[in-house]
Design a protein around this ligand. Structure first.
Ligand code: AGV
Ligand code: CA
Length: 313
């Protein structure tokens, strides 16, 4: 049976590759896309999204909604700039025009109305902050019932997160840190939650070996696109730095499609909302239930990316 999914992302390289892969998945109907001004600038992030749908969306009719949500803690500018480069890739600009329109509504209202109007529950895949969902829930809490499951790249239960900022104690994952209150709003619901946290994404750093694997297949347009996109960000070399790139969001969308590529366990959790730990997710016996993705099969994961990416020409 077809699974209907709404995708909200924040314009990073791996967010945009995730959109590309979602468009290739069998029995997955993408019903909406929202782009947030978090790990990107939302202008180029939304434009690149529209071009990816044009070029790789198999003539699917979609609109991209632009979020007007803004940061509590902003992402580093150096990371956000990659959206301009991605949007400038020749393969996305060959046509010279953009057909996929911008949604007339901001992303949280686009999401709200799609949930209100749907007759079958929607799955949500979020690969950036949860702000647009939290805002939609605040307007109409009854949309909760329309959500089949939320697959979110965010949070961590490890001692160390991936935020290195002067107003953080280093325990947070970035998507949670960007808007901690939004995480709390979502955690306070009963939406079935599946967390692709740093536990699992730490297993899939971008490496030279993976780049080579894609480079060797650049005769396939989709793998050439993936290789070019990841060329914009730094891999794991001698040791991990603050800028080392992982396949965070791509693992999230691949897990959404193929749960058998990972290991999961049931947890109960909560989120801290006071500085300098705001955005820290932690295990709490009295917290809300969630499924935590904590490990991934490299072999299955990279084979799935190859298979999906080969579907375009
Ligand atoms: O925390 C991971 C999230 C993912 O949604 N993002 C990147 C992915 O899109 C933020 C992030 C953490 N470290 C980063 C990030 C880095 N070194 N470069 C770019 N973004
Ligand atoms: Ca992201």
């Amino acid at each position: 049976m077809t699974e209907k999914v709404y995708f909200n992302h924040d314009g990073g390289v791996d967010d945009l590759i995730s959109l590309f892969l979602l468009l290739q998945m069998e029995d997955v109907e993408l019903v909406g896309v929202g782009a947030v001004d978090a790990d990107s600038y939302v202008g180029p992030a939304a434009e690149a999204s529209r071009k990816i749908i044009d070029r790789f969306g198999h003539a699917q009719k979609l609109a991209v909604a632009i979020s007007d949500s803004r940061a509590v803690h902003s992402f580093p500018k150096e990371w956000r700039l990659a959206a301009y480069s991605e949007n400038a890739l020749p393969i996305l600009n060959e046509a010279g025009t953009i057909m996929t329109p911008i949604s007339p509504e901001p992303a949280h209202l686009d999401l709200l109305h799609k949930l209100q109007q749907t007759t079958t529950p929607l799955s949500l895949v979020f690969t950036g902050p949860l702000t647009d969902l939290a805002r939609a829930l605040q307007i109409d809490p009854t949309i909760e019932k329309k959500i089949k499951r939320l697959v979110w790249m965010g949070g961590t239960f490890l001692e160390r997160g991936n935020v290195a900022e002067p107003d953080s104690d280093g325990t947070q994952e970035w998507n949670a840190f960007w808007d901690p209150a939004a995480v709390k709003t979502v955690f306070d619901t009963q939406i079935p939650l599946e967390l692709v946290s740093l536990e699992s994404t730490n297993n899939v750093p971008l490496t030279q070996e993976i780049r080579q694997h894609w480079a060797a297949q650049r005769r396939f347009t989709g793998l050439d696109f993936i290789g070019n996109s990841y060329a914009l960000v730094p891999e794991l070399r001698l040791f991990e730095t603050n800028s080392t790139y992982y396949l965070w969001d791509v693992l999230t969308t691949c897990y959404f499609f193929a749960a058998d590529i990972v290991k999961t366990k049931e947890i109960t959790c909560a989120v801290n909302t006071s500085s300098p730990s705001d955005g820290r997710t932690y295990l709490d016996p009295n917290g809300r239930p969630a499924k935590l993705i904590y490990d991934v099969s490299h072999e299955k994961f990279f084979a799935l990316i190859d298979r999906l990416a080969r579907k375009v020409d």
